[in-house]
Design a protein around this ligand. Structure first.
Ligand SMILES: [Zn+2]
Ligand SMILES: [Zn+2]
Length: 324
């Protein structure tokens, strides 16, 4: 509607630009479902907030520039393993499904490690994942490859304006912890801290242990960018590939699949049809031949009394409807 008489005069100049920049910056830390960005056009890609995600991939490509060293590769692999475990064991099996109990300190430590994976905070992750289970492969599922495209299920959904929001009504048991709310809001800072540490550590090793053949930029690119990008795509393959490719032991209402290759890459998450059949179980490989690295580590942690009350699938559910 064109009604120039009632429009306020358009002001241009430094103040407005500064204000616009401040609003944009504040948006990076705004995860509320009631934010203007989430409410207007929730399925539109939020290009401003997606810049770090794109930057992550571009930076990883610099691996061809910084060269190779064994210490850089080992750092990348170690950080992949540690953070994959934090995602599968804690973001997923603990925060999203409450499949075991632990202390508030250990809860925070693994939430912190999980946050360094650049998959947003534990509240955001758990809220979306609980929504996925509630609506799996229906039109209300935010990342179904059945009702939407493969690209959408893999990464499109969370690049959108609505995708940044955390629906706290789904996580009343988690949102009461202020330290978790803090991680959720300032997740970017945790990633920056890890990246900075790797850069400084690489510089230190270059000066004091030149025989290792590494440097600040090299440890940063391998340890942070390459490791994080691989970790990200491995994790979200459970949303995309594990709802398309693999076998179905249980006739769940969704299209979830058991996929041994994905289970190896994601430390047990590939037994996704098992998981949708009985999500509360801390163990996703229901049978001895279904390798579930996360479960083995959780079991060892329980022997050390770091975690307890691990839930398992009851035999009557394990064999109910099992085709294999
Ligand atoms: Zn699923
Ligand atoms: Zn789940």
């Amino acid at each position: 509607m064109n009604n120039p008489s009632s429009d306020p005069p358009v002001r241009t100049g430094g103040t407005n630009r500064l204000r616009a920049a401040a609003v944009s910056l504040a948006r990076w830390f705004d995860n509320s479902t009631a934010s203007p960005a989430a409410e207007s056009e929730p399925e539109r890609i939020d290009w401003l907030r997606v810049i770090p995600f794109i930057g992550l991939h571009i930076a990883a490509a610099f691996v061809v520039v910084v060269g190779f060293s064994w210490i850089a590769l080992a750092t990348a692999v170690a950080l992949y393993a540690l953070r994959m475990f934090a995602i599968t064991g804690f973001y997923h099996r603990y925060f999203s499904h409450r499949s075991f109990k632990t202390s508030r300190l250990l809860q925070f430590i693994f939430a912190l490690i999980g946050t360094s994976s650049v998959q947003r905070g534990p509240l955001w992750w758990a809220a979306h994942h609980r929504g996925h289970h509630r609506h799996a492969d229906t039109e209300h599922d935010v990342h179904s490859p059945v009702t939407r495209s493969f690209f959408w299920s893999h990464m499109g959904w969370f690049l959108t304006r609505g995708g940044f929001a955390t629906d706290t009504s789904r996580i009343p048991d988690l949102v009461k912890f202020p330290e978790l709310r803090w991680l959720d809001r300032f997740d970017v800072l945790i990633a920056i801290a890890l990246a900075t540490f790797l850069f400084v550590a690489g510089g230190y090793l270059e000066r004091n242990h030149p025989e290792l053949g590494t440097s600040g930029p090299q440890l940063l690119i391998w340890g942070f960018f390459v490791s994080t990008v691989v970790l990200f795509h491995a994790t979200v393959s459970i949303n995309s590939l594990a709802h398309r490719f693999g076998s179905r032991r249980y006739a769940t209402a969704d299209n979830s699949r058991n996929n041994g290759v994905l289970a190896l890459i994601t430390f047990g998450e590939g037994w996704h049809n098992n998981h949708h059949h009985f999500p509360a179980s801390a163990r996703q490989g229901f049978f001895w031949w279904e390798i579930d690295l996360t479960w083995y580590v959780l079991k060892m942690m329980s022997w050390l009394h770091l975690i307890w009350d691990l839930k398992s699938v009851p035999p009557e559910r394990k064999y109910a409807g099992a085709a294999a």
